[in-house]
Structure formats: structure tokens, C-alpha cells
Design a protein. Structure first.
Length: 506
């Protein structure tokens, strides 16, 4: 049973998982090698997993259990986050790794999977608990779920749960259809839609920061907050994912899921308790409060961009249209900036600027909350000349929080300068933070859905994003409109300047 109030556990991550088997579809894929298996190994290293724990990999490659274990050993050594490798821990963990080869689209796979799970249960005593993880192409989600149901694997002595990776559909209609197909096999309470941003320590800490400190929540509203900026910048390009990316684009790849979930966490109302559904109810309510823009509003409040070739340092960097697998005339955006408005009493009139892009100057994800200026500039100068108070929550690459305010410079005269109070996770706690996938995998095994996305939240996000997609698809843009290595198109700066604001340079 999940904890009634998981956030009362000061470390939260100290909870231990019950006995279970994790079935990973797409077990030889990149996500499994880079994220899932290193996260599961680390949970074993930290003694978070029960003795009766097993992983059953499923993929098309014909592998024995031993060959699968050898591949996963290589992945753990290569992609673990520097926490070290313990031979004894690995040997104990590897005894619970199994493999079944087969095609997800082949109905014959699922009876074989059922037999293999029975073998795993007998060897590992997993209590009949099974967590299915769909680390596959999105087009295979429904096929895998229906195959699980046809073989009767969605029911058993213990609990059964399903983790689905994003994207959850490519528009509102497809998101609803995917949900309908999944619900033929699993109840909504058994479906865990994973968004790894919600597993990051700083995103989780937004809740603690807001609702655990009496001095901030009273300021968290339109009376004191001028505007909010949410930035997710990448310095790299599409890195061999051109084929996928030109079908998705920055708006659907980042804003519809990750960044709107971050925005909902920043702007949600306090929940009555920190039970999973109470927290998710408030995030859902916030997402439904975001104004869905008309086509005319979209043209003034949403800016797409696509990076072009440039020379960065001593390196010639190709534009998006020159990347492998990308159509030379591709109209796909690699940058998106949107000004969202929340229609509720707390946030009415406060713009939330959300931007994301590839080939920007640096890799950084942060939330910057800018407060209103002092009502009277008594220290000289016009009101706008003094730096505003800023609260910055850094999500990556370094996790932490900064508060920027004005202080008097030493010496004669009343000259003010901005200073910072900084909190850094690593320096403050002196211990390693769990990766997002460690947190989220453990939560799913325990049955805590607090950090997972619910179907109504998915639909609310698509209801906001889909009108923007429709306008952009019907508009011919003069791409590329920003060189690689810059902060995006000039139109994004102009969008903020019309409101008297400017993008913060992280």
C-alpha cells in the first residue's frame, strides 16, 4: 500500500520496494541501457529493492538470460552516474535478470511471456506483483497493452501496473484514443504516465519550498509576482534523432508535457493533503485554468524557431535541415516560446513565459520568478533601472535555488547592487541526489502516483497546445530564423518586449 503522506518522509527515497517483477518492453533499447537499468541497479545498491525482485527484458533480439545480463552489465558500467560499481551488488542483482525474445506485434509473444513470468515467480518469489514498462515506440503502446490483456497478464495474485513513456498521443484526439485502448486492459489507477522532469529533485522541491516555508507562499500570487519564466535550453542539436524530431517538434516534445507539468507545479493551489490524487487534482485544475488561445492570440503570444548553420568556436555546426534524417525543407520548429495566461484569482494578469530550444548557447533548465519592483525608487534613478527581485529554481545541470535582491554597496552613498543567496543541493547536503528514474521507478513499484501524470492532465495540456500546433501547421515561416549557438529568434525577444519584459540570460 502507498504511504498516505509520502512527503512526510524527510528523505522519501528511504522507502523500500516490495517483491515484484519489472517487465521492460524494449529492453535492448537506448532508454533501458542509459536510464532504466542503471536506476534499478542503483536502487539495489542502496538496498531499496526486496530480495524477491526481478527484471524480465523483452525485445526482438534473440538473447539468452546470460547474454542479456552481460549487456546490462556493460550498460550499468557505462551509464551509471559516477556512484561506483560493486561487484557483489551486481552479482546479486543480476541473478534476478531474465529475458524473452519476441515481437510486440506478434500475438505469440504474450503466451511465452506468461510462461516466463511463471518461471521468474517460482525462482524469485515476486508475490505475483508485476510492473510493465513500455520503453518502446509510441505506436506500440496500445498493441503491447492489448497483448498483455489477451494473455491475462493484467490480472493475477498480486498487483499489476503499467508505465507508459511520453509522448501520450500527438494531439488531443490521439491522446484520448490511447487512453481508451489502455483502459481496456488497465484501470486508470494502474496506468503510470511517466514524465522524468517530475522526478527531478528541484521540481519536487518546489512543493516543499512553497508549502513548507511560511515566508514564500503569501508572496506567490499576482499582487507580488510580475511574471514567471521557464526555460529548458539544450546546447546540442537533434543528435541522430532527426527523423523522430521532425515529426514531433519542440512544442510537443517539451512544452506539452515536461514544461507544462513544471508550470502546473509552480502555479497550483495548495492541496488539502499530499496524497497522490490530492496533489494531482491541483495540478490538473491549474492546467485547465490555462487560457486556450485563439488563432489571433497565438500569432502574438507563441513564437516558433528553427536553428540554422553557424560557426561556434572552431566548429562548423549544421542547421536542423542539414542534420541526418531531416527533410531539407522541414518546417519543424526546434525552438518554441509561448506566453501563457492562467485564468484564476491567484494568477490573473501574470504572464508565464515558457521557452525551449535546441542549439542554444548552453544547457540549462530553470524557473525564474520575477517579483514586482518597489513602488517608489527612493534611492535614485527611475523605477525600472534597479534590478528586480528574482527567485531562481535551477533544475539542471546543477540543482539549486537562488534568491536575488538589492543591497547597499560598502562605502559612502546609497548605491545599491544585486546580490544572491544561493542554495546548492550537492554542497548543502553533501550526498548524492537520486536520479529522476530512480525516484519514479521506486514510486511506481510502491504504488505512489504523486509524481505521475494522470489522463485528465494529459488532455488539459493538449487542449492548450493543440491550437498552437494547428496555427503553426497552417503558417509558412521563414526558417531557419536563428543561428545555432544563439538564444533563439528575435521574434521571441519582441514578444516579451511588447509587455515591457526581457528574457533572462541564464
Amino acid at each position: 500500500m502507498p504511504l498516505e503522506n509520502p512527503f512526510q518522509d524527510p528523505l522519501r527515497f528511504d522507502r523500500r520496494a516490495p517483491e515484484c517483477a519489472v517487465v521492460i518492453f524494449g529492453a535492448t533499447g537506448d532508454l533501458t541501457k542509459r536510464k532504466l537499468m542503471p536506476a534499478l541497479y542503483r536502487l539495489a545498491y542502496d538496498r531499496r529493492l526486496a530480495a524477491g525482485f526481478a527484471v524480465l527484458g523483452v525485445s526482438r533480439s534473440p538473447l539468452s538470460d546470460g547474454e542479456f545480463r552481460a549487456r546490462m552489465l556493460e550498460a550499468v558500467k557505462q551509464f551509471s552516474d559516477g556512484a561506483g560499481f560493486d561487484e557483489d551488488v551486481w552479482n546479486a542483482f543480476a541473478q534476478g535478470l531474465y529475458y524473452t525474445g519476441g515481437d510486440i506485434n506478434d500475438p505469440a509473444l504474450y503466451p511465452c511471456l506468461r510462461d516466463k513470468l511463471a518461471e521468474v515467480e517460482q525462482a524469485r518469489h515476486t508475490g505475483g506483483n508485476v510492473l510493465f514498462y513500455l520503453s518502446t515506440q509510441p505506436s506500440q503502446y496500445a498493441r503491447a497493452a492489448l497483448g498483455i490483456g489477451a494473455a491475462g497478464l493484467n490480472k493475477g495474485e498480486g498487483w499489476r501496473r503499467l508505465i507508459v513513456e511520453k509522448p501520450f498521443g500527438h494531439d488531443l484526439a490521439s491522446a484520448r484514443e490511447l487512453s481508451r485502448q489502455l483502459h481496456q486492459v488497465f484501470d486508470e489507477a494502474e496506468v503510470y504516465r511517466i514524465d522524468h522532469y517530475l522526478g527531478k529533485e528541484t521540481v519536487q522541491n518546489i512543493l516543499a519550498f512553497r508549502f513548507g516555508n511560511g515566508i514564500f507562499e503569501p508572496l506567490w500570487n499576482r499582487r507580488y509576482v510580475n511574471h514567471v519564466q521557464i526555460t529548458a535550453a539544450e546546447s546540442i542539436g537533434v543528435e541522430g534523432r532527426g527523423g523522430y524530431y521532425q515529426e514531433a517538434g519542440a512544442l510537443a516534445d517539451m512544452i506539452q508535457n515536461h514544461l507544462l507539468q513544471v508550470m502546473a507545479t509552480i502555479a497550483m493551489e495548495p492541496s488539502a493533503s499530499f496524497r497522490a490524487n490530492s496533489v494531482r487534482d491541483e495540478r490538473s485544475k491549474l492546467l485547465r485554468s490555462i487560457h486556450a488561445m485563439t488563432p489571433d492570440e497565438i500569432r502574438g503570444n507563441a513564437v516558433p524557431g528553427q536553428y540554422g548553420p553557424a560557426r561556434i568556436g572552431s566548429e562548423d555546426v549544421p542547421g536542423f535541415r542539414q542534420e541526418p534524417g531531416v527533410n531539407p525543407q522541414s518546417p519543424t520548429e526546434t525552438y518554441a516560446a509561448v506566453a501563457f495566461c492562467v485564468e484564476n484569482w491567484r494568477w490573473a494578469g501574470v504572464p508565464f513565459y515558457v521557452r525551449t530550444g535546441k542549439r542554444l548557447p548552453k544547457r540549462v533548465t530553470e524557473i525564474a520568478i520575477q517579483f514586482n519592483p518597489a513602488p517608489l525608487a527612493i534611492f535614485g534613478g527611475e523605477g525600472g533601472e534597479l534590478s528586480p527581485n528574482l527567485l531562481i529554481l535551477r533544475i539542471q545541470p546543477e540543482e539549486g535555488i537562488s534568491l536575488k535582491f538589492l543591497s547597499k554597496r560598502p562605502g559612502a552613498g546609497m548605491q545599491l547592487r544585486p546580490v544572491s543567496m544561493d542554495f546548492n543541493y550537492g554542497a548543502s547536503f553533501g550526498e548524492r541526489s537520486p536520479s529522476a528514474y530512480e525516484t519514479l521507478l521506486l514510486d511506481a513499484i510502491i504504488g505512489d502516483a504523486t509524481l505521475y501524470t494522470r489522463q485528465d492532465m494529459v488532455e488539459a495540456s493538449w487542449a492548450v497546445v493543440e491550437p498552437i500546433q494547428n496555427v503553426w501547421r497552417q503558417t509558412k515561416f521563414d526558417f531557419p530564423n536563428y543561428p545555432a549557438g544563439t538564444w533563439g529568434p528575435a521574434a521571441a525577444d519582441e514578444m516579451l518586449a511588447r509587455r515591457g519584459h526581457a528574457w533572462r540570460k541564464p
